[in-house]
Write a protein that binds this ligand. Sequence first.
Ligand SMILES: Nc1ncnc2c1ncn2[C@@H]1O[C@H](COP(=O)(O)OP(=O)(O)OP(=O)(O)O)[C@@H](O)[C@H]1O
Length: 786
Amino acid sequence: MTEDRQKHERIQEQKRVDEVVAEIKRKINLLQTKAKQLKKDVIDIRRDFWEDVTVNIEEMDDKIETEASIKQQAEFLSERERSHGQVSERLDILERLKDTPYFGRIDFRPEREEKELPIYIGLASVLDKEENDFLVYDWRAPIASMYYDFPPGPANYDTVQGNISGEITLKRQYMIRNGELKGMFDTGLTIGDHLLQSVLGNQANTKMKSIVATIQREQNQIIRNERSKVLVVQGVAGSGKTSAALQRVAYLLYRYRETLTSEQIVLFSPNPLFNSYVATVLPELGEDNMQQMTFYQYLHLQLNDSFQLETPFEQMEYYLQEKGDNYTARVEAMHYKASLSYKHVIDDYLAQLASNGLVFRNITFRGQIIIPKKAIEQYFYRTESNLSIPERLEKVANWLLHQLKKVEKYEREKDWVLEESELLEKEDYVDVHHTLQEENRFTEDTFDDYEREEALLRKRVVASKLRPLRLKIRKLAFVDPLKTFRKLFQPSFQVKENISLPSHWEEICRLTDNHLKKKFLTWEDAPAYIYFEKSLLGFNAQRTIQHLFIDEAQDYTPFQFALLKKMFPVSRMTLLGDINQAIYAHALENETLLSEKLEEKHERIVLTKSYRSTEPIVSFTKAFMPNGDLIEPFEREGNLPILMEVEQNEMAEEKMISQIRLFRDQGHETIAIVGKTMEECQQLHERLRHRIPVSLMTQEAHTFSKGIVIIPAYLAKGIEFDAVILSNASDKNFHHALDRNLFYTACTRAMHELALFSIGRPSRFIDEVPKARFKHYKIHEIMAKK
Ligand SMILES: Nc1ncnc2c1ncn2[C@@H]1O[C@H](COP(=O)(O)OP(=O)(O)OP(=O)(O)O)[C@@H](O)[C@H]1O
C-alpha cells in the first residue's frame, strides 16, 4: 500500500470509528433515560406498594383476591427491577465500547456473491440507528469465528443453518483507545504479532486480563468447542489455558444465553489467590462470573464441618520437607490412595456391605435406647438386596419413622411430658387454647375442655421433643459411615486376594485409623472417604451444573476425578493443565487427568506456544524439561535469566535486595520471590521484612497487590509476575523428579525477568541448560576479585 493510500485508509477508518462512537453515545443517552425511568418506577412501586394492593382479609374470597393483588404487584416490581438490571448491564458494555468499539475486521465475500462485506468485531454487538445492520459484531458471533480461524483467503464458518464458505479479502486489527485510532495493521496468518507483542510487553497485573482481541487459532478451538463431553487441554506453561477457559465461559454464556446461566458453570481453581486473580475477566467481558472455588473448598463443603480436613498445601509441605514420622508409609499412601486400585478396594468393600457389616447407631430418646442398632441392622439386611444401599436406607428410614409414631403415642402418657409442658411458653398455651376453641365452635361440646387441653399439650410436647430425632432419621444419621469406613483399616479386614496393596499397607492402615479416630482427614483420604460416605448415603449429585472447568487438572488424582464424575454426572467437562507442572506426590506413580491413557472418551487439544515469558526465559526453562523441544516461545525479546551462586544466606540476601531494586528501577511492578516450601519463605520473610517492603503469601491469602511478595511455588500456580526471583535454586532444594516440575512451575511465573539464587551448588536441572542461555555469577569470586 502506498503511503498516500495508507493515510487515506486511516482517515476513512477514523471516520468510521467516529460514526460508530456517535451511535454508541446516542444509545447510551437513550438507555440512560430509560434507566432513570425504570429506577423511578421501582422507587414508586416500592413506596406505594400497599396503596396499590387491595387488602381485605375478612372473607375467604377477599383473602384470595388480596393474595392475587399482592402477587401481581410483586411481579410488576420484580419485572421493573429486572429490566433496570438489564439496562444497567447494557450501559456498562456500551461505556466500554465507547472507548474501544472494535478491535478487528474481516472483509468476507460469501461464495457466489459479488461483493465482500466488512465485518467489524468487538466486545459486544452494536446495531445501527435503524436496528437493521451490525456496526459491530460480538466476538462470539458465528461469523466472527473466521477472524480467529483463517488468514486472508478461503474461509468458512458454521451457522445454525449450516456451513457458509467464501473468501476473506482483508483481515485488519485496530488499536482504538478513547475513541481514537492509535494503530491498525493488516495481518496474515496469525492474529497480529504487533498487537500481541505490545499486549505481552506490558507489565503484569494483579488481575488477569481478557484476550479477546488476540485469541490465537488453537485457543479458539478450545473456546468454541461444542462437540466434546470431555475436553482435555494439555498446554505448556503460559500457553493461555486459563485465558482460553475464561473466554470459553463467556462464549458458552453467549452461545446458550437462553438456557445457560453463570450459576450453572463451576470452575475449580488451584488456590484462593487464583480465584481473585481471574475474578475480573468475565465482568470485563460483560458476563457474570461462574461459580469459582478450590477443590479443597468443595470437599470441605461436602464434609459439613464434621472433619478437620488437611489442605493440599499442608500435604505438599509434609511431602517436601522429607521428614516427620512414618514419612515413607505416608508418601506411599499418597500414591496409593490417589489410584483407581484403591477405589477398587473401596468398591469391593461397598459390595460386601450390601450383605453384611454396615455399622448402625442406636436410636435413643431421653437417654434411653428406643430402637437398638441390632434391630436396625436386621431390618436393613431384610430389605431387597437388589436395591442400592442408599435406597435400602431410605426404606429403613421410613420404617424408623413409623416406629417413632408408636413411641410417640406411648411417650405421651409419661409423667415427664406434663413436667415439660409446664416449661412451655405462654404463647403455646394460648395457641393450644385457641385451637381447641376453634374446634369447639362447631361442636359446642366444651365440658371436657381441660382434658382435651392436656392431651393436646402432651401431643405437642412429645412431637417437639421428637422432631430433631425425626430430622436425623431423615438424614440417615442412624448409620455410622465413619465407623464402617474404619473397619477397612483394622488388621482383621481381608482385602480380596487379587487386589494389589502397597508394601507398607499395615502401617498405612494404622496411620489412617489413627487419623480417622481423631476425625482428621488427610488430603489423600478425603476423596475416598467422601466417595464412601456418599455411596452409602447417596450422592446428592449437582445435576444443575452444565459445565465443569478444572484448571491445573494435572494435580487431580484418578480417584478425585472418579468422585467428580459422580458428583457432576451431567456436566460437560473442560480439563486444562500441564503435565510438566504436576507437583503433587501422587503424580509420580499415577496417571493424571491429562494422561493420554485417560479412560474417559475425550477430545484433546495441545497448546505448545508459550506467551507469558520472554523468549530467553522460555529457552531457559524448556531446556531442562523432558520434551522441552516441543515448547515454542513467542518471539519477545528480553534479558537472559541470571543465576547467582553464593556461599551463604547473608550474601544471597544482600544480592537479592539489590536485584529487587534493579527490577524496580526497570519499572517492574509485581516482583515475586518464590521459595520451595512455606518454611523457607517464612524464614526469608523474617530476614527481609525489616529491609524492604515485602509481604508473605500464605495459603489463606486471597488477594495480592503490586509490590514484592514472597510465595511458595505451589501457591503461585496459575499466576504471573513481571519479575521472579527464585530464592534458592540449589541442588539440595531441587533434585527429585517432582522437584523438576516445581522448579519449572516457579521459573515460568516470570513474564519479563528471571533471577535464580543458589546457596551452594545449583540444581542439577540447571546443568541441562546450555550455558549461553543464562548468565552465571559466582558471588564469592566477584567479592574475591574486588
Ligand atoms: N492470545 C493471547 N493474547 C494475549 N495474551 C495472551 C494470549 N494467550 C495467552 N496470553 C497471556 O499469556 C499469559 C499466560 O496465560 P495463561 O495464564 O492463561 O496461561 P496458562 O497456560 O494458564 O499458564 P500456566 O499453566 O503457566 O499457569 C497471560 O498473561 C495471558 O494474558
